[in-house]
Design a protein around this ligand. Structure first.
Ligand SMILES: *[C@@H]1O[C@H](CO)[C@@H](O)[C@H](O)[C@H]1NC(C)=O
Ligand SMILES: *[C@@H]1O[C@H](CO)[C@@H](O)[C@H](O)[C@H]1NC(C)=O
Ligand SMILES: *[C@@H]1O[C@H](CO)[C@@H](O)[C@H](O)[C@H]1NC(C)=O
Ligand SMILES: *[C@@H]1O[C@H](CO)[C@@H](O)[C@H](O)[C@H]1NC(C)=O
Ligand SMILES: *[C@@H]1O[C@H](CO)[C@@H](O)[C@H](O)[C@H]1NC(C)=O
Ligand SMILES: *[C@@H]1O[C@H](CO)[C@@H](O)[C@H](O)[C@H]1NC(C)=O
Ligand SMILES: *[C@@H]1O[C@H](CO)[C@@H](O)[C@H](O)[C@H]1NC(C)=O
Ligand SMILES: *[C@@H]1O[C@H](CO)[C@@H](O)[C@H](O)[C@H]1NC(C)=O
Ligand SMILES: *[C@@H]1O[C@H](CO)[C@@H](O)[C@H](O)[C@H]1NC(C)=O
Length: 430
């Protein structure tokens, strides 16, 4: 099976396993649209704010905003949810691109002031341009902000840290100007943060030690596809609730800290395509929830720790393109769960594969052979599928079709993980 296909199928299996795992913990906050018959003229402020947004949308090829007209109360406009308690106050705005890149335009700089009751703003996967507004803190109750997968420019706003109750910030996959990691530090006071996506957003420099000061409530951290340098801080072990950590495609160097093993909830560790050296710490065996381990395309050496055999949930082990040596421990071959993929190629392992290893997708090519092809391209597909927002930037229509489903799926998973959902009026057109 060709590598890209294999990795795609691995991705979908990951989605399925993660979905079923998290199906348990759901306490949805739900704010239903109210049908607000009595419209007091003094309460039109939010309608005006929505119209100001509509005015700035210059392209709407799928008519997402067609219902935003005088014949309907604005609380019934597509994507708009109003509060049940505060009549005519907009609490959620969901214009996330179901059709990729449907809306093109800018968003009003004062949107946080003009919609002060917003709890959720979802504008991901469109083509909004211009700088990111600095007024979000004025909507002080904001818990979910998704602006990922657009064409925002300028720099990441450094004032989101004053949103004390924010749970989910997704700003990844935007062509921001290069900037250092101060954005991460600026979120240190967000003591409830559960998900942060700043993948592919032009963060650069080091050291990423500010990661350790993020809230220990964090469950999802996506910062892949940037130019982050320096070593993974040993303080990463503070983030004890992390279940998904993606730092792939950066310039991270140094060794994997032993303290990473404190992340006992971690299900996915994705460090592919960095400059990480040294050996894989044997403490990795303490991460018993680990299902997907991507360490490929680094400079890891030494042998595989036997303790990996303790990771009884491991389904996917991608170690290709490193300098790993020694024999494959039989403990790993006996893992009950390695059912998806096991990729060891382009390393220096010796000896035959353990006889116990009965897998369809084992890749053990090019060991004891030096090859200069560092196969990071196929990784992109995987990066794409797993990181929310990138679907918007895929070129081929075929990929777009698939990615659209993946993005919808990721949305659902993320909501389950962070246990929050603010009445999303899904309007899927086919
Ligand atoms: C206003 O929106 C409603 C609901 O989508 C639609 O049926 C109607 O045609 C729209 N009216 C105009 C003038 O666009
Ligand atoms: C976004 O809009 C700009 C301006 O129209 C256009 O040049 C660009 O190609 C669009 N981006 C995407 C991803 O569609
Ligand atoms: C918006 O926030 C800024 C900065 O905190 C503050 O000075 C301003 O008064 C706020 N505006 C409103 C309308 O709340
Ligand atoms: C975090 O809160 C502390 C105390 O309230 C304050 O001194 C500090 O400036 C805040 N840091 C950030 C990055 O907002
Ligand atoms: C993390 O926080 C501690 C104390 O709150 C501070 O001393 C340290 O400088 C911070 N580190 C980073 C990288 O922000
Ligand atoms: C970790 O998550 C669990 C449930 O998901 C929660 O009960 C616990 O308080 C969290 N711990 C921290 C430090 O956030
Ligand atoms: C790993 O688990 C062992 C045994 O429970 C414990 O002694 C060790 O401190 C753990 N290591 C880390 C880094 O958590
Ligand atoms: C791994 O590489 C480092 C240098 O980067 C070297 O010091 C160390 O001895 C190597 N370890 C093994 C087991 O080859
Ligand atoms: C492959 O490795 C051998 C020594 O192990 C070395 O002499 C040779 O130059 C290497 N070839 C390439 C293409 O790196």
């Amino acid at each position: 099976m060709a590598v890209p296909m294999l990795q795609h199928s691995a991705t979908f299996s990951w989605l399925i396993s993660l979905t079923s795992f998290f199906i348990i913990s759901t306490a949805f906050l739900s704010f239903k649209s109210n049908s607000a018959t009595a419209l007091s003229p003094s309460n039109d402020a939010d309608r005006d704010a929505l119209l100001a947004l509509k005015e700035r949308v210059v392209e709407d090829p799928y008519g997402a905003l067609n219902s935003w007209n005088e014949s309907l109360h604005f609380c019934n406009w597509e994507g708009v949810s109003c509060s049940q308690r505060h009549v005519n106050r907009v609490v959620a705005l969901d214009l996330g691109g179901q059709q990729l890149n449907q809306l093109h335009g800018t968003i009003p700089a004062d949107i946080g002031q003009t919609l002060p009751n917003l709890l959720g703003l979802y504008l991901g996967c469109n083509n909004f341009t211009g700088p990111m507004p600095l007024s979000f803190p004025n909507a002080s109750g904001l818990v979910q902000l998704d602006l990922s997968g657009n064409s925002f420019s300028g720099t990441l706003p450094l004032n989101l840290g004053s949103l004390k109750g924010v749970l989910d910030i997704s700003l990844g996959h935007n062509p921001f100007e290069p900037q250092d990691l101060r954005f991460l530090t600026s979120l240190n006071n967000c003591s409830s943060l559960k998900a942060l996506d700043v993948g592919n957003s032009n963060l650069r420099g080091g050291s990423p030690s500010s990661i350790s000061n993020l809230s220990s409530t964090l469950q999802i951290l996506i910062a892949g596809q940037n130019q982050i340098s320096g070593a993974i801080p040993s303080g990463i072990g503070n983030l004890i609730n992390l279940s998904f950590l993606a730092l792939q495609g950066n310039s991270i160097e140094g060794e994997i800290p032993t303290s990473i093993a404190k992340l006992t909830m971690l299900q996915t560790l994705w460090l592919s395509g960095n400059r990480i050296s040294g050996s894989i710490p044997s403490s990795i065996g303490n991460m018993t929830q680990l299902g997907q381990l991507y360490l490929d395309s680094n400079y890891l050496n030494g042998s595989l720790p036997r303790s990996l055999g303790n990771c009884q949930n491991l389904q996917l082990l991608i170690l290709s393109q490193n300098f790993l040596s020694g024999v494959i421990p039989k403990e790993i071959a006996r893992l009950p769960s390695i059912s998806i993929s096991f990729n060891l190629d382009h390393n220096s392992f010796t000896g035959p594969l353990p006889v116990d290893l009965q897998l369809e997708d084992v890749n053990y090519d090019n060991n004891n052979a030096n090859s200069s092809t560092r196969n990071f391209i196929s990784e992109e597909c995987l990066v794409a599928a797993m990181s929310i927002g990138i679907a918007c930037s895929l070129e081929s229509p075929h990929d777009r079709m698939n990615m659209k489903n993946v993005v919808a799926e990721l949305h659902a998973i993320r909501e389950k993980i962070i246990s929050v959902k603010i009445s999303r009026t899904h309007h899927i057109r086919s």
